[in-house]
Design a protein around this ligand. Structure first.
Ligand SMILES: Cc1cc2nc3c(=O)[nH]c(=O)nc-3n(C[C@H](O)[C@H](O)[C@H](O)COP(=O)(O)OP(=O)(O)OC[C@H]3O[C@@H](n4cnc5c(N)ncnc54)[C@H](O)[C@@H]3O)c2cc1C
Length: 398
């Protein structure tokens, strides 16, 4: 087992490190007072439509950064070579994010392309995939429903075949920024199926008759999930992503791949928060004395999280089953960052409760990470499953 970076990947990491130091860190004071929308990721689509002059000013800064990153060859990193990208490994993408996380400026390299869109075929490639890669279109992810969030196998939205079309009926809860997205990746089930069977993914343009954005919901995490309603929404069979009935595998592939990024982001956010505490108490011997032991403990745990994250990404690069590692990283990372921030608020005192303080900002984000893309309780279920399977196998041997 060896998850060190190759020579080429190490060069990429160094380029990102230079970009962070030269372009992003100098902008940190400017971003301390940025509008909430720039707190989380995926602000692009919402910010682009805004008429607020302050949001436009920050958007211009971001667009300038994007040009600089592209000029340095730091765009399209995880895009497959056949679509003009660098197709860097999962391990290298973790190293890239680790460098980006050294600054609080919420800048990401590349456009948000949902990884399952690489299953596009035929006309879908020009209509959906390439515009997303170029940043001309954005998509929303429509999986959760009012009665099925933590357990998506309970989803109730139906796709009833009718000739060359499917008729979609149901409600989706929380697809992020669906109100400003160009299309939604919508998961629905064939009539008469249950559990993981019959789940199918469709690519549906915003504005298709029968598809309505009922509301958008502002959250403490800066993102705005929506409620979507589908009433006899007719879509052509050419809008099926992948194969009919194969949607469960797509949804799992999307969730699995993202988990390792969640791990390294949790690591980066924790380190930034601990640095903020250290700089506050550094000159006060009494305060330092109170904090050092806990900070030392956290640094040990954070190194464990970092190693676990690299290990999971390495396993994913070997095309091995990473379901348990992905759950371990999601659970450990999102719980740990929350404990670190709670400590940081306590150590920094009331000043850290100011809305735009770096610790207060981190707190608002971190809480939602323990819920979205599968809450902690579900990760614990996934992790314990392996033990019980092992238990059954042992009993069978006796
Ligand atoms: C800001 C935000 C953005 C989101 N973006 C998206 C998106 O883009 N696309 C999308 O499809 N969804 C999105 N979601 C939905 C998110 O993935 C779900 O909220 C999450 O999976 C939990 O589902 P739920 O809200 O229905 O909670 P429920 O399923 O009702 O669960 C509520 C709580 O009950 C507990 N629980 C549930 N099941 C169990 C169990 N078996 N054992 C023990 N405890 C359990 C957990 O603590 C859980 O948090 C988003 C949510 C938020 C808040």
């Amino acid at each position: 087992m060896d998850f060190r970076l190759s020579e080429e990947e190490e060069k990429l990491r160094q380029s990102v490190d230079a970009f962070v130091r030269e372009e992003l860190i100098p902008l940190e004071p400017e971003f301390e007072t940025a509008p909430d929308i720039f707190e989380g990721s995926r602000w692009k689509s919402r910010a682009k439509l805004s008429r607020d002059p302050e949001i436009k000013r920050y958007l211009a800064l971001m667009e300038e950064l994007e040009k600089k990153a592209e000029a340095r060859g730091l765009w399209y990193l995880d895009v497959p070579k056949e679509y003009g990208g660098l197709d860097v490994s999962n391990v290298a993408m973790i190293a890239v994010t680790e460098e980006l996380e050294k600054t609080s400026v919420p800048f990401e390299l590349g456009n948000h392309v949902s990884n399952i869109l690489y299953n596009c075929k035929g006309e879908q490639i020009e209509k959906f995939l390439r515009p997303c890669i170029r940043g001309e279109k954005t998509s929303a992810f429509g999986l959760s429903e009012p009665a099925s969030g933590a357990d998506p196998s309970m989803l109730q939205t139906t796709a009833t075949p009718d000739g060359d079309t499917f008729v979609i009926n149901g409600t989706k809860m929380f697809p992020t920024f669906a109100d400003v997205a160009d299309f939604v990746q919508l998961f629905a089930r064939l009539p008469g199926t249950k559990g993981r069977e019959g789940v199918t993914c469709f690519l549906i343009d915003t504005g298709t008759p029968g598809y309505r954005v009922a509301r958008s919901i502002a959250t403490i995490a800066g993102t705005e999930p929506c409620e979507l309603v589908f009433e006899d929404c007719r879509v052509h069979k050419s809008q099926v992503l992948g194969e009919v009935g194969n949607g469960w595998a797509l949804n799992q592939a999307w969730l699995g791949a993202r988990r390792f990024q969640v791990g390294i982001r949790s690591h980066g956010m924790s380190m930034r928060v601990l640095r903020a505490v250290a700089s506050l108490v550094r000159d006060d011997d009494k305060e330092v004395g109170k904090c050092v032991e806990r900070i030392g403990h956290f640094l040990g745990e954070l190194e464990a999280l970092r190693t676990l994250t690299y290990f999971g990404a390495w396993k994913a690069d070997q095309k091995l089953d990473v379901r348990t590692e992905a759950a371990n990283v999601k659970l450990f990372g999102t719980e740990l960052v929350h404990t670190v921030i709670d400590f940081a608020l306590e150590a920094a005192g009331p000043s850290a409760l100011r809305k735009q303080n770096i610790i207060a900002r981190a707190f608002r984000h971190a809480r939602s990470h323990r819920i979205v893309e599968g809450p902690s309780e579900i990760q614990r279920h996934i992790i314990q499953r392996a033990l019980f399977r092992e238990g059954v196998a042992l009993l069978e041997l006796m």
